[in-house]
Design a protein around this ligand. Structure first.
Ligand code: NAD
Ligand code: GLY
Length: 371
């Protein structure tokens, strides 16, 4: 199917006075005059701080600086990597802002993937008790997931994302053109989260993804624009219903309880987050077959789609013990009242949150999946 798309489209995260737009498409991140038109109404004052990293800055920073015009603009450039999503970086960025005399009407801009976005958002949440921030996500994962919904955080040595805040951006600018430079593993990892939305919310979107594997593989801009919009629409809907994850928002974690355990046990960095989520979604689908009648043929469709888009569906050579997996899952922060909660699919596009999975059932499933 060939898609023709307008240059850019906009949807909104509806959160009363904290509602905000998500602009998707060719937003002009590589054309400063056009980008400037989008940014001008979003920036409250005369000060801006751009937070980015050493990989993204040489690619896209100069265009952004041109778009920001004559105001005071300061840039904090982090080294690349999850290893820098820390309290030390948080403190360093805060000190930088204070030294540059940023005040309460400053505006922070996150130019980067989820690491930069999560850190920048957390600084924005706390600097002078909260300042405006804009997300310009540059990875597919950040465009369809981390930049939307207001989860901001840094890591603690004891666990990922253990220090953070819910704090919504003023806008998200998801420019599809920047995805051209994304390494292929990172691109595929973002597609895992895209496929997740098909499973948890939107069977027609799942069908669309199946029908557009080759367009996705060649990063067709029209297809990507559509895919990012549909993904963000699903996420925006869930976040609007349950901003602080007191209930339904947990469906966004489909496959993640398994995925987080895999990431941790394999050693962080071995699997990208999206890769571990891909394997985790296959495990969650098989658990759904056992527990709530998810059709085995649909579990197979999920496997085929993930593989078609270059994602792993099994651990392969890697040996992770079943007991270690169960323990790591028990340590996961989604444990409530001593029972593990799982997001399970009844059918494609329809999931439930269940705490009714027995330890024996889980052990049996993991033994099959990991042997
Ligand atoms: P990342 O930010 O580390 O980016 C991945 C790599 O791609 C990095 O090396 C980065 O420098 C590089 N890169 C980014 N954009 C590029 C571009 N356009 N061209 C070339 N290279 C580019 O990883 P990520 O997958 O974007 O984000 C992962 C982080 O997001 C994790 O810290 C995770 O905890 C967090 N996360 C947060 C949420 C949330 O709701 N806040 C949701 C999911 C994940
Ligand atoms: N990435 C899961 C969430 O935003 O809730």
């Amino acid at each position: 199917m060939t898609l023709a798309a307008p240059v850019q489209e906009t949807l909104y995260v509806e959160l009363a006075d904290r509602s905000y737009p998500i602009h998707v498409g060719d937003l002009g991140v590589q054309q400063p005059e056009r980008l400037s038109q989008l940014l001008e109404p979003l920036i409250p004052g005369q000060q801006v701080a751009v937070i980015t990293n050493d990989t993204i800055a040489p690619l896209y920073l100069s265009q952004l600086l041109q778009a920001l015009g004559q105001r005071q603009v300061d840039v904090y450039q982090l080294p690349d990597g999850e290893a820098y999503k820390t309290l030390d970086s948080f403190a360093a960025v805060t000190t930088f802002l204070l030294e540059k005399r940023h005040n309460r009407s400053t505006c922070l801009i996150a130019l980067g993937g989820g690491v930069v976005g999560d850190l920048c958002g957390f600084v924005a949440a706390t600097f002078q008790r909260g300042v405006a921030f804009i997300q310009i996500p540059t990875t597919l994962l950040a465009q369809v997931d981390s930049s939307v919904g207001g989860k901001t955080a840094v890591n603690h040595p004891v666990g990922k994302n253990m220090i953070g805040a819910f704090y919504q951006p003023k806008a998200v600018l998801a420019d599809t053109t920047v995805l051209a430079t994304l390494p292929s593993r990172e691109y595929a990892a973002g597609l895992a989260e895209v496929i997740k939305y098909g499973v948890i919310d939107d069977v027609e979107f799942f069908d669309f993804l199946e029908a557009n594997v080759s367009a996705l593989a060649r990063r067709s801009s029209a297809t990507l624009q559509h895919v990012i919009l549909r993904s963000c629409a699903s996420k925006a809907k869930v976040v609007s219903e349950d901003e602080r994850e007191s209930g339904r928002r947990a469906i966004l974690n489909f496959g993640h309880t398994f995925g987080h355990a895999i990431e941790k046990l394999a050693g962080y960095g071995q699997w990208l987050h999206g890769e571990a989520v891909a394997i985790g979604m296959v495990m969650a689908a098989e658990l759904s077959v056992l527990h709530c009648g998810f059709p085995p043929a649909d579990a197979q469709r999920l496997r085929t789609l993930l593989q078609g888009l270059g994602l792993p569906v099994i651990l392969g050579q890697q040996r992770i013990g079943v007991d270690a997996m169960i323990e790591a899952m028990g340590m996961d922060k989604k444990v409530s009242d001593g029972r593990l909660k799982f997001v399970l699919a009844r059918q494609l596009g329809d999931v439930i949150i269940s705490d009714d999975v027995s330890l024996n059932g889980l052990r049996k499933l993991l033994t099959e999946q990991m042997s």
